[in-house]
Each structure stands twice: as C-alpha cells, then as structure tokens.
Write a protein that binds this ligand. Structure first.
Ligand code: F0G
Length: 383
C-alpha cells in the first residue's frame, strides 16, 4: 500500500497544525509523530466525584520520548535544520536532553546536553546516551547549566533548544489546541507543574490564539508587567481557562516571589530556582485570573501513587505536582464544585523507576517455584 492510500495517518503536530506554526512546509520536517496525546477523564478519585468535578489528565508522557518536550523539540529542531544548523545544545533536568538527543539523531545533527551531576532520573540519562548526545555533567544545578549554555552559544556554532528558544513554545502551544479541539471548549482550570515556566507560557499562547480567532478577545497593551513578556495581551474572556501553576515546595520561586538559589525536590524535573520565563508566567497567572501554589514532596508522591493506583496512569513525580495541587484546591473550594479541570501530566513514570519502586505500596512476594506456593500467594492476597 502506498503513502497516498494511508495519508490520513497521524504524522506529528507540525503537519497537523501547519497553518499555526512558523515552519516552511516545503523544507525538511523532523518529526517522531509527537502530539495527539490522550485526554483521560479521572473517574475513580473520591473528592472529584463528591464535588462533581470533570477532571481530565492530558498524558504527555505518551509522546515519543516520554514527555511534553517533544512538542517543542519537533518545531525547534525542524527550524534549526531548515536554517542550516549542525548542532543543538541545552541545559536540562533530563527530559529536554532526552528529547533533544532523539530529534538530533533523527535530523542527523549533533546534540550537546548539560545536566546536573547525579540529579537526573536514570531513564532520561539512558535516553540521552543511547541517542548519541554528548552528555556533559556539570557540578552544579540546572540553573548553572542554563547560564553556561547561554554563554557558550555566543562562542560556538550551536542552537539553544531550551524553552528560551521561541520555537519550543510554538510547538508546545499545540497541547492547548488539542484540548479545545477535543472538549469543544477550554476547561475552567488548567493545572501545570512549573519549573522553567516555559510550558505554562506556551499553553497560554495556545489558548489565547484559539480564543482570539473566535472573536472573543481584543488585543490591548500590557499593564501587567514592565513589558518584558511576549504576549499579545487581550481583554478578559471566558473562553480561556484560569491557569494554575504548581511548584515543588523546595523549588518554588513563584511562591517566594524571588529566585531560589539551592532548589531541592524529589521531583528532579522541576528542581529549578531561576525560571527563564519568569515575566511570562506572572503575566499568564494574572491575566488568566489563576494562581501559583506549592506542594511538598510527600504530596507530590502521594498524587503519583493515587493516579497509578486509582486511574492506571503512571506519570513521573514532577507531573503529579499538577494533580496534587488541583486536588488540594478542589478540596478547599478554590476550584469550585462542578468545574472542568485539565491537569497536564508532563512525563512518563518510566523515566524515574527508582523513585517509583522506593515508594510503591505493592508487596513483592518471593516463593519457591511450585503450584502450592503460587496458590497460597494468590489466596492470601485476594481482596
Ligand atoms: N514536568 C516535567 C516532567 C519536566 O521535565 C519539566 C521541565 C517540567 C514539568 C516543567 O516545565 O520548565 O516548562 O515549567 N523540564 C526541563 C528539562 C527543565 O530540562 O527537562 P517548564
């Protein structure tokens, strides 16, 4: 069967949203079929049922390299290749490096990734290595890596593919398009884990773009920040969600109202104290009528277990921060009963098997290899 017969098959978000992305359709497109991730409704969580909340998780862990980064990477790497780039570079807490490594290998260009020594989950390190990236471990944290990447890009022929690259945000905005396309409207609340704050910015760009087209919005000058953000500001509209950004308590600069120098959290993906999209994220929060909040490591891990145990969805710890925060705000009424809520699950749980095994509540039973012992193991553990 030739391609024209099967041409309705999904081939990635650039092809799907071509008229909304700054990409030359005649040039080479670097895609691994990213995007089009499931929006799963949570039916088994008590508080959600009690308060009649429609809670959906957008499972971005089902992207090709297991995180939302692929949405941005397909656009950033396609653009870099179309402009003749031979190498890309990023600082990363793990997922960006995995995604950059994969898309660079697909494109036939080099990837250099700076990661904090000993502080990234094993699955992510394995990905960067197997895809052939040059892995540079630094004795420092993500924020140190980011500073170095920005400096070195001025001295070497490398394109930065962190979310300070505007094409990353262009790709990531498509998650909002998918949600609105699927639900038929924007949710009342959209909850995200926040690290560098690129993703919350990208989602807002996406919601705003869609709402503008429906005629619900009028552009106006920014009166929310000193003009450092890069939004088309718009009049208030009911066709966009309130954006809720949740951070890990040990790495919560938006809560502190200032940068954090030594961020710490079990959710290593968001172990970031100096977010690059600081002004943008504040504008998103204010303009949408949303808020920031923080979750402890215990709350984050409890939400990860809850999703795995009750809903069959295995996300990485950082991702569970969105659900931990949302459930708390459903409980305390900040998210009113009857609301529709989307939580982004940014990465797959398999990224970080060590943390999952450490906290799993299931028993591991070791027995001799005979029928009686297996029968006993089953009968003594029946619900
Ligand atoms: N969740 C996961 C799983 C992440 O990997 C990240 C960021 C975030 C949330 C936060 O998103 O930075 O746009 O606010 N990871 C980056 C990385 C920093 O290097 O992989 P953000």
């Amino acid at each position: 069967m030739n391609e024209s017969v099967t041409s309705t098959r999904y081939t990635g978000l650039i092809k799907n949203y071509l008229n909304r992305l700054p990409i030359d359709p005649n040039g080479k497109i670097i895609s691994l079929g990213e995007g089009h991730t499931p929006l799963i409704q949570c039916n088994n969580i008590n508080i959600v049922q009690e308060k009649n909340i429609k809670l959906y998780v957008k499972f971005e862990g089902l992207n090709p390299t297991g995180s939302f980064k692929d949405r941005g990477m397909t656009v950033a790497v396609t653009k870099a290749v179309q402009e003749g780039s031979k190498a890309i570079i990023c600082a990363s807490t793990g997922n960006t490096s995995a995604s950059a490594a994969a898309y660079a290998s697909r494109a036939g260009i080099a990837a250099f990734v700076l990661i904090p020594d000993g502080k990234i989950a094993m699955g992510k390190l394995a990905q960067a290595m197997i895809h052939g990236a040059v892995v540079i471990q630094i004795r420092g944290n993500f924020d140190d890596g980011m500073r170095l990447v920005k400096e070195v890009a001025q001295h070497a022929p490398v394109d930065i593919v962190n979310s300070i690259n505007p094409y990353r945000l262009q790709g990531q905005k498509t998650a909002s398009f998918e949600i609105v396309d699927e639900l038929g409207h924007a949710p009342d609340f959209h909850c995200l884990p926040v690290g560098n704050a690129g993703n919350i910015t990208a989602h807002w760009i996406g919601y705003t773009e869609y709402a503008s087209e429906n005629g619900a919005l009028q552009t106006q000058a920014c009166n929310l920040c000193a003009g450092n953000c890069n939004f088309n500001h718009v009049a208030k509209s009911s066709s966009r969600p309130k954006m809720l950004g949740y951070q890990a308590a040990g790495s919560a600069p938006f809560l502190r109202g200032a940068m954090v120098d030594n961020p710490e959290t079990v959710a290593t993906a968001i172990r970031i104290g100096h977010p690059q999209s600081w002004d943008n994220a504040w504008c998103v929060s204010k303009e949408s009528g949303g808020w920031f909040d923080e979750c402890t490591d215990e709350e984050i891990l409890a939400a990860q277990r809850l999703l795995a145990n009750e809903e069959g969805v295995f996300c990485e710890p950082a991702s569970a921060t969105s659900v931990a925060g949302a459930l708390r705000d459903v409980e305390n009424g900040k998210i009113p009963a009857g609301s529709s809520v989307v939580c982004t699950l940014t990465g797959h749980g398999l990224k970080d098997p060590d943390t999952a095994i450490k906290q799993a509540t299931s028993k591991m039973i070791t027995i001799d290899a005979n029928l009686d012992d297996v029968k006993n193991a089953i009968l003594s553990n029946m619900p």
